[in-house]
Design a protein around this ligand. Structure first.
Ligand code: ADP
Ligand code: MG
Length: 286
């Protein structure tokens, strides 16, 4: 007996290709700085999609910097692994760039702004003129063309952090990792830098960068991110992942006063507060 035609058609159909692996996959990540010491990070698992801006928020000391260092292979984990497009990360991949909180230590004071930004392009197979042209284009994009010949120490903190961001972007990274990059600047400059980051993330040289932005500032996390991963401490672990679902482009006034913004930030506050309250780090004295 012949089989119905639709069954045969189904068997002949080519199965769809498997979805591409996420930009980053973090699986069961744990870190102890010494063998008998406490865990700084325990069983952290999450993914970051291509082009996503993920914020990681948590109180001071919960392991955010530890997590970023592990993400880019700057140090070895005690458990678990990190994968970049499905490949294990063992040392910092060429496609990654980092921005740290302390811009004054990350920029070279003896190099002018343009030479600081050209620095990561050594060994990239470009001529000096090519490197200069690339650096100038990034400075232009970051609104820094007027200070190219100055030295970092001649600039305000906010401008220095812009230079640090330009230097991270000049090598056209696929993944941008930021460790509390705006924590040391005043509130107005911070808002300005947040908007620079949003612009860069959505359209840097006509493509979307995948970004992991670590902060202890809940409002900043919600304002910037597609999704917020919430960590609590001792050991650092993931206690929630919240989709922000706020429309882009975002704006300091309208976004921050929207009901959705307030709902998400309150949800994160409540999550952290309840986990901290239940934490046995502070046992009740009886
Ligand atoms: P965060 O960035 O969230 O403030 P960290 O990742 O810096 O947190 O630190 C997490 C925990 O790991 C803290 O208890 C901290 O004291 C500890 N820690 C961080 N770096 C080291 C290190 N190099 N050696 C030993 N302990 C460390
Ligand atoms: Mg830190």
């Amino acid at each position: 007996m012949s089989r119905p035609a639709d069954t045969m058609r189904r068997e002949q159909a080519i199965p769809p290709p498997p979805p591409p692996p996420p930009a980053l996959r973090v699986s069961g990540l744990g870190k102890r700085y010494s063998e008998d010491g406490p865990a700084a990070l325990s069983d952290v698992t999450f993914e970051v999609a291509d082009g996503e801006l993920l914020a990681i928020v948590g109180p001071s000391g919960c392991g955010k910097t530890t997590l970023l260092r592990l993400l880019c292979g700057l140090m070895a984990s005690s458990n678990g692994a990190v994968f970049f497009h499905g490949r294990p990360v063992a040392r910092p991949p060429r496609e990654f760039a980092l921005v740290f909180q302390d811009y004054s230590r990350s920029l070279f004071p003896w190099l002018s702004v343009i030479r600081n930004v050209m620095f990561p392009l050594r060994g990239a197979g470009l001529t000096r003129a090519g490197r200069r042209a690339r650096a100038e284009a990034v400075l232009e994009e970051m609104g820094l063309h007027g200070v190219a010949r100055q030295y970092p120490w001649q600039l305000s903190g906010g401008m220095q952090q812009r230079v640090a961001l330009a230097r991270a972007l000049v090598s056209r990274p696929e993944v941008l990792l930021l460790d509390e990059p705006f924590a040391s600047v005043d509130a107005l400059t911070r808002a300005e830098l947040q908007d620079v980051l949003l612009r860069v993330h959505s359209d840097f040289e006509h493509r979307r960068v995948t970004a992991v932005h670590v902060t202890h500032d809940i409002d900043e996390a919600v304002y910037l991110a597609d999704r917020v991963l919430v960590l609590t401490s001792a050991p650092g672990r993931v206690v929630g992942s919240i989709d922000v679902e706020l429309p882009r482009p975002r704006a300091q006034t309208t976004t921050r006063s929207s009901p959705r913004f307030l709902a998400v930030r309150n949800q994160i506050h409540a999550l952290i507060a309840s986990k901290e309250a239940n934490d046995d780090r502070y046992p009740v004295q009886t």
